[in-house]
Design a protein around this ligand. Sequence first.
Ligand SMILES: Cc1ncc(COP(=O)(O)O)c(C=O)c1O
Length: 336
Amino acid sequence: MLDTFALFPTEGPPPAGPLRVPSVLHLIGNTPLLEITRLSTDIAPSVRVYAKLEGFNPGGSVKDRPALCMIQKGIENGALTPDKIILDSTSGNTGIALAMIGAVLGYPVELCIPANVSIERKKIISAYGAKMIFSSPMDGSDGALELCRERLQEHPERYFKPDQYFNPHNSLAHYQTTGPELWWQTKEQITHFVAGMGTGGTLMGTGRYLKEKNADIQIVGVEPDDAFHGLEGLKHMDSSIVPGIYHEEQLDRKISVSTEDAYETVYRLGREEGVLVGQSSGAAMWAALQVAREIDQGMVVTLFPDFGDKYLSTNLWIGWKEYNQRQANARAEGAA
Ligand SMILES: Cc1ncc(COP(=O)(O)O)c(C=O)c1O
Protein backbone atom coordinates (compact mmCIF):
# COMPACT_ATOMS: atom_id res chain seq x y z
CA MET A 1 0.00 0.00 0.00
CA LEU A 2 1.33 3.47 -0.88
CA ASP A 3 1.94 5.89 1.95
CA THR A 4 0.13 8.89 0.50
CA PHE A 5 1.17 11.06 3.44
CA ALA A 6 4.76 10.59 2.36
CA LEU A 7 3.75 11.69 -1.16
CA PHE A 8 2.20 14.91 0.16
CA PRO A 9 4.27 15.97 3.19
CA THR A 10 2.51 18.46 5.42
CA GLU A 11 5.60 19.49 7.36
CA GLY A 12 8.99 20.86 6.39
CA PRO A 13 10.04 22.88 3.34
CA PRO A 14 8.33 22.28 -0.02
CA PRO A 15 10.09 19.77 -2.29
CA ALA A 16 12.84 21.13 -4.53
CA GLY A 17 11.67 21.79 -8.06
CA PRO A 18 11.16 24.49 -10.68
CA LEU A 19 8.84 26.61 -8.53
CA ARG A 20 9.40 29.78 -10.52
CA VAL A 21 10.65 30.01 -14.11
CA PRO A 22 11.05 32.90 -16.56
CA SER A 23 9.54 31.03 -19.56
CA VAL A 24 7.84 27.78 -20.42
CA LEU A 25 11.02 26.74 -22.26
CA HIS A 26 12.76 26.49 -18.89
CA LEU A 27 10.41 23.61 -18.09
CA ILE A 28 11.76 21.41 -20.88
CA GLY A 29 13.60 18.33 -19.65
CA ASN A 30 14.20 17.02 -16.12
CA THR A 31 11.24 14.68 -16.50
CA PRO A 32 10.48 12.09 -13.82
CA LEU A 33 11.45 8.42 -13.86
CA LEU A 34 8.62 6.12 -12.83
CA GLU A 35 9.12 2.61 -11.50
CA ILE A 36 6.87 0.09 -13.27
CA THR A 37 5.74 -2.47 -10.74
CA ARG A 38 2.40 -3.98 -11.76
CA LEU A 39 3.20 -4.93 -15.35
CA SER A 40 6.52 -6.42 -14.34
CA THR A 41 5.47 -9.13 -11.91
CA ASP A 42 6.92 -11.95 -14.05
CA ILE A 43 10.56 -10.82 -13.81
CA ALA A 44 13.40 -11.79 -11.47
CA PRO A 45 13.32 -10.06 -8.03
CA SER A 46 16.55 -8.18 -8.64
CA VAL A 47 15.45 -6.71 -11.96
CA ARG A 48 13.87 -3.24 -11.84
CA VAL A 49 11.99 -1.54 -14.68
CA TYR A 50 11.57 2.23 -15.06
CA ALA A 51 10.00 4.58 -17.58
CA LYS A 52 10.95 8.20 -18.20
CA LEU A 53 7.75 10.20 -18.56
CA GLU A 54 8.39 12.66 -21.39
CA GLY A 55 4.76 13.74 -21.43
CA PHE A 56 5.72 16.08 -18.59
CA ASN A 57 7.53 18.36 -21.03
CA PRO A 58 5.49 21.56 -21.54
CA GLY A 59 4.67 20.77 -25.20
CA GLY A 60 3.61 17.32 -24.03
CA SER A 61 6.37 15.20 -25.54
CA VAL A 62 10.01 14.21 -25.79
CA LYS A 63 10.20 16.34 -28.95
CA ASP A 64 10.46 19.58 -26.97
CA ARG A 65 14.11 18.68 -26.33
CA PRO A 66 15.34 18.32 -29.95
CA ALA A 67 13.07 21.11 -31.22
CA LEU A 68 14.60 23.56 -28.73
CA CYS A 69 18.13 22.38 -29.46
CA MET A 70 17.68 22.65 -33.26
CA ILE A 71 16.22 26.16 -32.94
CA GLN A 72 18.88 27.32 -30.47
CA LYS A 73 21.69 26.03 -32.70
CA GLY A 74 20.01 27.61 -35.74
CA ILE A 75 20.02 30.98 -33.95
CA GLU A 76 23.63 30.48 -32.80
CA ASN A 77 24.97 29.61 -36.24
CA GLY A 78 23.00 32.34 -38.02
CA ALA A 79 20.70 30.08 -40.05
CA LEU A 80 17.66 31.30 -38.11
CA THR A 81 17.47 35.09 -38.17
CA PRO A 82 14.58 37.19 -36.74
CA ASP A 83 13.07 37.74 -40.22
CA LYS A 84 12.66 34.02 -40.93
CA ILE A 85 9.78 31.60 -40.62
CA ILE A 86 10.29 28.17 -39.08
CA LEU A 87 9.01 25.68 -41.66
CA ASP A 88 8.65 21.92 -41.38
CA SER A 89 6.52 19.02 -42.50
CA THR A 90 5.58 17.36 -39.26
CA SER A 91 2.13 17.03 -37.81
CA GLY A 92 3.41 15.02 -34.91
CA ASN A 93 5.04 15.96 -31.67
CA THR A 94 7.87 17.85 -33.38
CA GLY A 95 5.33 20.16 -35.06
CA ILE A 96 3.69 20.86 -31.71
CA ALA A 97 7.08 21.52 -30.08
CA LEU A 98 8.16 23.88 -32.90
CA ALA A 99 4.83 25.74 -32.65
CA MET A 100 5.21 26.17 -28.88
CA ILE A 101 8.85 27.30 -29.06
CA GLY A 102 8.11 29.65 -31.99
CA ALA A 103 5.35 31.27 -29.89
CA VAL A 104 7.73 31.87 -26.98
CA LEU A 105 10.64 33.16 -29.09
CA GLY A 106 8.48 35.20 -31.47
CA TYR A 107 9.15 33.27 -34.70
CA PRO A 108 6.24 32.49 -37.04
CA VAL A 109 5.87 28.74 -37.63
CA GLU A 110 4.40 27.06 -40.73
CA LEU A 111 3.74 23.33 -40.80
CA CYS A 112 2.93 21.34 -43.93
CA ILE A 113 0.69 18.50 -42.82
CA PRO A 114 -1.66 15.95 -44.38
CA ALA A 115 -5.25 17.25 -44.18
CA ASN A 116 -6.41 14.13 -42.34
CA VAL A 117 -4.28 14.44 -39.17
CA SER A 118 -6.28 14.16 -35.98
CA ILE A 119 -8.45 17.05 -34.84
CA GLU A 120 -6.55 17.19 -31.53
CA ARG A 121 -3.31 17.92 -33.36
CA LYS A 122 -4.81 20.62 -35.56
CA LYS A 123 -6.29 22.36 -32.53
CA ILE A 124 -3.08 22.18 -30.49
CA ILE A 125 -0.97 23.52 -33.37
CA SER A 126 -3.34 26.42 -34.05
CA ALA A 127 -3.63 27.19 -30.32
CA TYR A 128 0.09 27.99 -30.42
CA GLY A 129 -0.53 30.36 -33.33
CA ALA A 130 1.24 28.27 -35.98
CA LYS A 131 -0.03 28.16 -39.57
CA MET A 132 -0.97 24.86 -41.18
CA ILE A 133 -0.65 24.19 -44.91
CA PHE A 134 -2.56 21.06 -45.85
CA SER A 135 -1.40 18.42 -48.30
CA SER A 136 -3.65 15.76 -49.78
CA PRO A 137 -4.66 13.06 -47.29
CA MET A 138 -4.05 10.52 -50.08
CA ASP A 139 -0.33 11.32 -50.17
CA GLY A 140 0.40 10.72 -46.47
CA SER A 141 3.46 12.21 -44.82
CA ASP A 142 5.43 12.06 -48.10
CA GLY A 143 2.90 14.51 -49.59
CA ALA A 144 3.51 16.94 -46.71
CA LEU A 145 7.25 16.52 -47.17
CA GLU A 146 6.94 17.35 -50.88
CA LEU A 147 4.79 20.42 -50.21
CA CYS A 148 7.35 21.64 -47.70
CA ARG A 149 10.20 21.07 -50.17
CA GLU A 150 8.35 23.07 -52.87
CA ARG A 151 7.79 26.05 -50.55
CA LEU A 152 11.41 26.00 -49.50
CA GLN A 153 12.62 25.86 -53.11
CA GLU A 154 10.39 28.81 -54.07
CA HIS A 155 11.66 31.08 -51.27
CA PRO A 156 14.74 29.63 -49.57
CA GLU A 157 15.60 33.02 -48.05
CA ARG A 158 12.27 33.14 -46.21
CA TYR A 159 12.54 29.95 -44.15
CA PHE A 160 14.49 28.01 -41.52
CA LYS A 161 13.86 24.27 -41.75
CA PRO A 162 15.02 22.29 -38.69
CA ASP A 163 14.97 19.01 -40.68
CA GLN A 164 14.91 16.65 -37.70
CA TYR A 165 15.76 13.53 -39.73
CA PHE A 166 19.12 14.91 -40.82
CA ASN A 167 19.92 17.50 -38.15
CA PRO A 168 22.61 16.25 -35.72
CA HIS A 169 21.28 18.67 -33.09
CA ASN A 170 18.28 16.38 -32.76
CA SER A 171 20.34 13.60 -31.17
CA LEU A 172 22.63 16.15 -29.51
CA ALA A 173 19.66 17.31 -27.40
CA HIS A 174 19.40 13.80 -25.97
CA TYR A 175 23.16 13.46 -25.54
CA GLN A 176 23.15 16.68 -23.52
CA THR A 177 19.95 16.21 -21.50
CA THR A 178 18.14 12.83 -21.60
CA GLY A 179 21.35 10.81 -21.19
CA PRO A 180 22.75 12.74 -18.19
CA GLU A 181 19.32 12.83 -16.53
CA LEU A 182 19.00 9.04 -16.75
CA TRP A 183 22.55 8.47 -15.52
CA TRP A 184 21.81 10.64 -12.51
CA GLN A 185 18.25 9.40 -11.86
CA THR A 186 19.33 5.75 -11.89
CA LYS A 187 22.34 6.50 -9.68
CA GLU A 188 24.52 5.04 -12.46
CA GLN A 189 22.76 1.65 -12.11
CA ILE A 190 21.06 1.54 -15.54
CA THR A 191 21.94 -1.64 -17.45
CA HIS A 192 19.58 -1.42 -20.47
CA PHE A 193 18.05 1.53 -22.34
CA VAL A 194 15.08 0.60 -24.52
CA ALA A 195 13.44 3.22 -26.76
CA GLY A 196 11.34 3.57 -29.89
CA MET A 197 12.79 4.83 -33.16
CA GLY A 198 11.25 7.58 -35.23
CA THR A 199 14.08 9.82 -36.31
CA GLY A 200 16.31 7.76 -33.99
CA GLY A 201 17.34 10.93 -32.14
CA THR A 202 16.34 9.71 -28.67
CA LEU A 203 18.11 6.40 -29.03
CA MET A 204 21.26 7.70 -30.73
CA GLY A 205 21.89 10.65 -28.41
CA THR A 206 20.92 9.00 -25.12
CA GLY A 207 22.66 5.77 -26.13
CA ARG A 208 25.90 7.53 -27.01
CA TYR A 209 25.99 9.33 -23.66
CA LEU A 210 25.26 6.17 -21.66
CA LYS A 211 27.83 4.09 -23.57
CA GLU A 212 30.48 6.70 -22.84
CA LYS A 213 29.65 6.36 -19.13
CA ASN A 214 29.54 2.56 -19.18
CA ALA A 215 30.18 0.61 -22.38
CA ASP A 216 28.29 -2.41 -20.96
CA ILE A 217 24.93 -0.64 -21.01
CA GLN A 218 22.79 -2.28 -23.69
CA ILE A 219 21.05 0.04 -26.15
CA VAL A 220 17.89 -1.51 -27.56
CA GLY A 221 15.85 0.00 -30.42
CA VAL A 222 12.13 -0.65 -30.75
CA GLU A 223 10.33 -0.63 -34.10
CA PRO A 224 6.97 -1.73 -35.53
CA ASP A 225 7.00 -5.31 -36.83
CA ASP A 226 5.40 -4.28 -40.11
CA ALA A 227 5.50 -1.43 -42.63
CA PHE A 228 1.75 -0.93 -42.20
CA HIS A 229 1.45 -0.29 -38.51
CA GLY A 230 -0.52 1.87 -36.10
CA LEU A 231 2.35 3.08 -33.94
CA GLU A 232 2.40 6.82 -34.48
CA GLY A 233 5.86 8.32 -34.07
CA LEU A 234 7.73 5.09 -34.90
CA LYS A 235 9.35 4.02 -38.17
CA HIS A 236 9.72 0.58 -39.67
CA MET A 237 13.30 1.18 -40.77
CA ASP A 238 13.62 -1.54 -43.44
CA SER A 239 10.71 -0.10 -45.44
CA SER A 240 11.38 3.62 -44.79
CA ILE A 241 13.77 6.30 -45.90
CA VAL A 242 16.46 5.85 -43.24
CA PRO A 243 17.02 9.07 -41.24
CA GLY A 244 20.48 10.58 -41.72
CA ILE A 245 21.07 10.74 -37.95
CA TYR A 246 20.25 7.05 -37.43
CA HIS A 247 23.21 4.66 -37.20
CA GLU A 248 22.04 1.12 -36.68
CA GLU A 249 25.54 -0.12 -35.85
CA GLN A 250 25.35 1.84 -32.57
CA LEU A 251 22.54 -0.40 -31.31
CA ASP A 252 23.10 -3.64 -29.42
CA ARG A 253 19.75 -4.99 -30.48
CA LYS A 254 16.43 -4.24 -32.15
CA ILE A 255 13.05 -5.55 -31.03
CA SER A 256 9.98 -5.57 -33.29
CA VAL A 257 6.58 -5.03 -31.70
CA SER A 258 3.17 -5.66 -33.21
CA THR A 259 0.53 -2.93 -33.14
CA GLU A 260 -1.77 -5.24 -31.14
CA ASP A 261 0.83 -5.91 -28.41
CA ALA A 262 1.65 -2.19 -28.17
CA TYR A 263 -2.03 -1.20 -27.86
CA GLU A 264 -2.72 -3.86 -25.27
CA THR A 265 0.25 -2.62 -23.25
CA VAL A 266 -1.14 0.94 -23.42
CA TYR A 267 -4.47 -0.30 -22.02
CA ARG A 268 -2.69 -2.17 -19.22
CA LEU A 269 -0.52 0.84 -18.36
CA GLY A 270 -3.66 2.94 -17.92
CA ARG A 271 -5.56 0.41 -15.93
CA GLU A 272 -2.80 -1.12 -13.82
CA GLU A 273 -0.17 1.61 -13.43
CA GLY A 274 -2.44 4.66 -13.77
CA VAL A 275 -0.37 6.06 -16.65
CA LEU A 276 -2.19 6.95 -19.86
CA VAL A 277 0.31 7.08 -22.72
CA GLY A 278 0.50 7.05 -26.52
CA GLN A 279 0.96 3.95 -28.67
CA SER A 280 4.73 4.29 -29.09
CA SER A 281 5.06 4.15 -25.28
CA GLY A 282 3.11 0.90 -25.31
CA ALA A 283 5.58 -0.53 -27.83
CA ALA A 284 8.57 0.64 -25.79
CA MET A 285 7.10 -0.83 -22.60
CA TRP A 286 6.37 -4.16 -24.28
CA ALA A 287 9.97 -4.42 -25.50
CA ALA A 288 11.41 -3.31 -22.14
CA LEU A 289 9.43 -6.05 -20.37
CA GLN A 290 10.72 -8.54 -22.91
CA VAL A 291 14.30 -7.55 -22.07
CA ALA A 292 13.57 -7.57 -18.32
CA ARG A 293 12.23 -11.14 -18.48
CA GLU A 294 15.47 -12.38 -20.05
CA ILE A 295 17.84 -11.21 -17.29
CA ASP A 296 18.44 -12.18 -13.64
CA GLN A 297 19.67 -8.83 -12.46
CA GLY A 298 19.69 -5.27 -13.78
CA MET A 299 17.85 -2.02 -14.31
CA VAL A 300 15.90 -1.72 -17.56
CA VAL A 301 14.90 1.82 -18.45
CA THR A 302 12.52 2.82 -21.20
CA LEU A 303 11.10 6.16 -22.28
CA PHE A 304 7.46 7.09 -22.81
CA PRO A 305 7.54 9.82 -25.52
CA ASP A 306 4.16 11.31 -24.63
CA PHE A 307 0.87 10.91 -22.77
CA GLY A 308 -2.26 9.47 -24.34
CA ASP A 309 -4.65 12.42 -24.54
CA LYS A 310 -3.71 13.32 -28.14
CA TYR A 311 -4.77 9.88 -29.33
CA LEU A 312 -8.26 9.61 -27.87
CA SER A 313 -9.91 9.85 -31.29
CA THR A 314 -7.56 7.37 -32.97
CA ASN A 315 -7.73 3.63 -33.61
CA LEU A 316 -5.91 3.08 -30.33
CA TRP A 317 -9.08 3.79 -28.37
CA ILE A 318 -11.42 2.25 -30.91
CA GLY A 319 -9.50 -0.98 -30.22
CA TRP A 320 -9.91 -0.46 -26.50
CA LYS A 321 -13.62 -1.34 -26.68
CA GLU A 322 -12.78 -4.67 -28.33
CA TYR A 323 -10.08 -5.28 -25.74
CA ASN A 324 -12.54 -4.69 -22.91
CA GLN A 325 -14.98 -7.07 -24.53
CA ARG A 326 -12.30 -9.77 -24.83
CA GLN A 327 -11.36 -9.29 -21.17
CA ALA A 328 -15.01 -9.52 -20.10
CA ASN A 329 -15.48 -12.69 -22.18
CA ALA A 330 -12.37 -14.24 -20.64
CA ARG A 331 -13.59 -13.39 -17.14
CA ALA A 332 -17.01 -14.85 -17.89
CA GLU A 333 -15.42 -18.05 -19.24
CA GLY A 334 -13.22 -18.28 -16.13
CA ALA A 335 -16.24 -17.91 -13.85
CA ALA A 336 -18.27 -20.52 -15.74
C1 LIG B 1 5.01 9.62 -30.10
C2 LIG B 1 6.42 9.44 -30.53
N1 LIG B 1 7.07 8.35 -30.17
C3 LIG B 1 8.34 8.11 -30.54
C4 LIG B 1 9.05 9.00 -31.31
C5 LIG B 1 10.44 8.67 -31.73
O1 LIG B 1 11.43 9.52 -31.24
P1 LIG B 1 12.73 9.79 -32.07
O2 LIG B 1 12.37 10.67 -33.22
O3 LIG B 1 13.64 10.49 -31.11
O4 LIG B 1 13.28 8.50 -32.54
C6 LIG B 1 8.40 10.14 -31.72
C7 LIG B 1 9.06 11.08 -32.59
O5 LIG B 1 8.48 11.96 -33.18
C8 LIG B 1 7.06 10.39 -31.31
O6 LIG B 1 6.39 11.51 -31.68
